[in-house]
Design a protein around this ligand. Structure first.
Ligand code: C2E
Ligand code: MG
Ligand code: MG
Length: 338
């Protein structure tokens, strides 16, 4: 505690030993440093033991980093969309925009391999602005969903963007220029990212909500945030991490834990989205728990923009079924985009 402020610290640790390899002190430190770098780049707050393969991984990362500047200039990015469905009817109510890098020689690079680099280099401002504008432009023309209700688009935001002084203004401008209604935009912030220096983030989220935009807390349950902090966060939706969703149909002791996490969200009157729903058994569990929305491979892989639009056209035409006992997952026949 510093003055009246509680300051949370964490550590990333790299470990190297001289047991298996004969090396001098300097080499040992270099190896530990590489292990530390790996620990940091795979999410921080963890330890890693040095392995020789880390050299290759670090080199690959350096090359990707160099390519990234070029990728931003020539816009080698694309968005794919993963449907978010109402658990009770399986109809699409929103879709999450997910970033893909179409690398000229490596093929498709997934965000887990490059988003941290985009943040490290500061390119997140440009990339994030491109993602937001593209997603809003695309979603503006989506056909309405169940009962004529508009379909929302959910966009991932890095905490670094929320700390930019003109972020709220830039969102307002994009909404005005693209003509997307603010209520149709959801911004997702990851729980693990917002547990430090929370005041400016809360202010930013409040201002975004005043625009009419909704806020979702992503990967809930993985971020070690204390419940009292969570109470202060202005959020509308809670996206429960797929590890808990998977546990719903797992060993008995983890089921109880997963139930509590879902009940927690439902009890707070937040709209709860289960991430990573892969089986119908799991979907039925979610329905019993009162979880409102779900997303996952059961309903479809992330789709290319055209396939997403077709799915929505199809969605409107198809009468919604009751809770699916063996219903065809929507989008199951759609072409997928990795
Ligand atoms: P996220 O926001 O939690 O997105 C969900 C991730 O889970 C996506 O991976 C999605 O393809 C994957 N997924 C969906 N359903 C299932 C399922 O049933 N089973 C399993 N095993 N996985 C499923 P993806 O597209 O690789 O994205 C990974 C992360 O990268 C995202 O996690 C998000 O944190 C970040 N990300 C993606 N796009 C953006 C972006 O535009 N900006 C920022 N800042 N981050 C992004
Ligand atoms: Mg997300
Ligand atoms: Mg997530």
């Amino acid at each position: 505690t510093i003055a009246t402020e509680e300051v949370l610290t964490h550590a990333s640790i790299g470990i190297a030993t001289a047991i298996d390899t004969v090396c001098d002190g300097q080499e040992l430190l270099q190896n530990a440093d590489l292990a530390l770098y790996t620990a940091k780049s795979s999410g921080k707050s963890r330890w890693e033991l040095f392995e020789p393969a880390m050299y290759a991984a670090v080199q690959r990362r350096h090359r990707l980093k160099a390519d990234l500047y070029h990728a931003v200039e020539s816009v080698e990015f694309e968005l794919v969309y993963q449907p978010i469905v109402r658990v009770s009817t399986c109809s699409v109510v929103a879709a999450e925009a997910l970033l893909r890098w179409r690398h000229p020689t490596r093929g498709t690079v997934l965000p887990d391999d490059f988003i941290s680099l985009v943040e490290e280099t500061g390119l997140i401002t440009q990339v994030g602005a491109w993602v937001l504008r593209s997603a809003c432009e695309e979603a503006r023309d989506w056909p309405a969903g169940e009962g004529g209700a508009p379909v929302a688009v959910s966009v991932n935001v890095a905490v670094r963007q929320l700390r930019e002084p003109d972020y709220v203004e830039s969102v307002r401008t994009v909404l005005q220029e693209t003509g997307l209604e603010p209520a149709r935009l959801i911004l997702e912030v990851t729980e693990a990212d917002i547990i430090y220096d929370t005041e400016p983030i809360i202010e930013c989220l409040d201002a975004l909500r005043k625009l009419g935009v909704r806020i979702a807390l992503d990967d809930f349950g993985t971020g070690h945030s204390s419940l009292s902090r969570l109470r202060d966060f202005p959020v509308d939706l809670l996206k429960i991490d797929r590890s808990f969703t998977a546990s719903l149909c797992g060993p008995t002791q983890s089921i109880g834990f997963a139930h509590s996490v879902f009940n927690f969200g439902v009890g707070l009157s937040l709209t709860v989205i289960a991430e990573g729903v892969e089986t119908e058994e799991c979907l039925r569990e979610l329905n019993d728990l009162g979880c409102e929305l779900a997303q996952g491979y059961l309903f479809g892989q992330p789709l290319a923009p055209l396939a997403m639009r077709r799915l929505l056209e199809h969605n409107v035409a198809v009468p919604t079924a009751a809770v699916p006992a063996g219903a065809l997952p929507v989008g199951a026949t759609m072409s997928r985009a990795r």
